[in-house]
Design a protein around this ligand. Sequence first.
Ligand code: THU
Length: 137
Amino acid sequence: MKLSQEKYTELVAAARAARGGSYSPFSRFAVGAALLTEDGRIYTGANVENSSYSATVCAERVAIHYAVASGERAFSAIAVVGGAADEELPDECLPCAVCLQVMAEFCCGDFEIVTADSGGEIRVHTLEELLPRRFRL
Ligand code: THU
């Protein structure tokens, strides 16, 4: 754990707020993400679904691509909060493997993935833990 407890709490709160922007009429599973840059800026995203299904983009990738397209290249953590759209405090939601691979494009193994469960308990994982044998060119 490389950030303060206050920072993890702030990041989870930003992911919860971003989740409000989810467009998920097909799955009714709303996800929010908040990405922290190494110099302390936060970029948020929510999942945006599409009737063609495969065009759906996860919350994490919305946040990461927004940050990268804004010129950011160095990241320290991402908070992810997701679950049934009508649940205010869903249980822990971990990133899908595609999102983990996108994280691996820009982040090292010590990049942190921050989640919260329905009781509000914050958990900190690393990219190394969640995608230990990742693809590299
Ligand atoms: N989803 C995310 O936003 N992030 C993930 O890491 C996994 C899944 C979204 C995609 C889809 O809109 C919904 O959750 C159900 O799969």
